[in-house]
Ligand binder design. Structure first.
Ligand SMILES: Cc1cc2nc3c(=O)[nH]c(=O)nc-3n(C[C@H](O)[C@H](O)[C@H](O)COP(=O)(O)O)c2cc1C
Length: 374
């Protein structure tokens, strides 16, 4: 019996299998509102058979967008547009839907990656990014605005407001983005946080704002909606003579999140500094997932260069993680879970319109129940 194709509970939400479509920015929204691209992109992934499909990082304020094309959920127009996409998906797929809520912090106001990704100056379509401290992400960039206590309150409220909108749309799970050098990660890491108030300095102080945001969101949405957190398990700056965010810090943060009711930790890494040195390879972040899971006994997602069905199965069978999140492999092959089901004798719910897709001579691709009728 495949572990990948066994159910898993995130709080009171049970996923049919342990394949998760990782959040992926599309930079294709207008004023934060989803477009026909989102209907096509998310629609295609909704037929993937994955246990859970996450939206891309969805900004909780216009200022918290990475780029002008970021998806947002900060006004009624955003909510209406995303609601339309979700309604279409719901008519055609039973996939569990999650949303990743994010604030880009000092990495806001940037060009789309295909346009080079550089900061957009104010007055040229850009805006002034906010961050824990007025320290630029990269040398030569203008510094962001250091957030006042009022600004912290404002962002906390924005996370709560977006979470409520997400619940109203029908999202079944919420992930807070505290990774990749965006705002919540910037508070955690001493590389970006040099505050001298209660929100900077020691680890406890640096964790304060992300934990406040988590607790506020957790308290604002129904118990039935699990809330989890994506973390950068390390800043990958050990080669430098500077203080940075480490795996031990991540474990301390995860334990605090566990006490606050977090339903999972999504173990990513990096993004706080262009000086990071990452050793990339198949499953390169799995050791972080394993360490966090062992130390916290929490539900943990492994992510990063997980591309093969047996690799995914091995990660779960070894107890390194509870779920695997895939990004690029899902873009390349939106039916990756079907292939995985074929390899591991799993069962995937397939839409009836596709039932004739079974390639001749390949046998039962969907396990004992040839194709589930959902
Ligand atoms: C096109 C693209 C967009 C991404 N956008 C996000 C995002 O919105 N939020 C996030 O947490 N990670 C984002 N990521 C990172 C992925 O979720 C994932 O962690 C990373 O790509 C490693 O997994 P992979 O090797 O399966 O692609 C993005 C990755 C890609 C390729």
């Amino acid at each position: 019996m495949s572990v990948l194709f066994s159910p898993v509970a995130l709080g009171s939400l049970t996923l049919a299998n342990r394949i998760i479509v990782s959040p992926m920015c599309q930079y294709s929204a207008r004023e934060g509102s989803a477009t026909s691209w989102h209907a096509i992109h998310l629609g295609s992934l909704a037929l993937s058979g994955a246990g859970l499909l996450f939206t891309e990082a969805t900004a909780v304020s216009a200022r918290g967008r990475i780029s002008p094309g970021d998806l947002g959920l900060y006004d009624d127009a955003n909510q209406e547009a995303l609601d339309r996409v979700v309604r279409d998906i719901r008519e055609n797929s039973g996939i569990a839907l999650g949303i990743q809520l994010a604030h880009a912090g000092r990495k806001a106001s940037s060009r789309e990656p295909w346009a080079g990704g550089a900061l957009i100056p104010q007055g040229m379509g850009g805006w002034l990014p906010q961050a824990p401290s007025a320290i630029a992400h990269a040398e030569g960039e203008p510094p962001p605005e250091a957030m006042t206590l009022e600004a912290l309150e404002d962002v906390r409220r924005s996370f709560v407001a977006s979470a409520k909108r997400a619940v109203a749309i029908g999202f079944q799970a919420i992930e807070l983005h505290a990774a990749h050098g965006y705002l919540l990660h910037e508070f955690l890491s001493p590389v970006a946080n040099r505050r001298s108030d209660d929100y900077g300095g020691c680890l406890e102080n640096r964790m304060r704002f992300p934990l406040e945001v988590f607790k506020a969101v957790r308290a604002a949405v129904p118990e039935s909606i699990p809330v989890g957190v994506r973390v950068s398990s390390t800043d990958w700056l050990d080669h430098l003579d500077c203080e940075s965010w480490t795996l031990d810090d991540t474990i301390a943060f995860s334990l605090a999140l566990k006490s606050a009711g977090a339903s999972w930790i999504d173990a990513s890494s990096g993004g706080i500094s262009p000086r990071q040195k990452i050793s990339v390879g198949p499953g390169y972040q799995v050791p972080f997932a394993r360490a966090i899971r062992k130390a916290t006994q929490m539900t943990v997602f492994a992510v990063g260069m997980i591309t093969e069905p047996w690799q995914a199965e091995g990660i779960l069978a070894e107890g390194d993680a509870d779920c695997v999140a895939l990004a690029r492999a899902m873009l390349f092959d939106p039916h990756w879970p079907w292939r995985a089901a074929q390899a591991l004798d799993g069962t995937i719910p397939a839409p009836k319109q596709y039932w004739r897709s079974l390639p001749a001579g390949t046998g039962r691709i969907f396990g004992d129940i040839a194709i589930s009728q959902r």
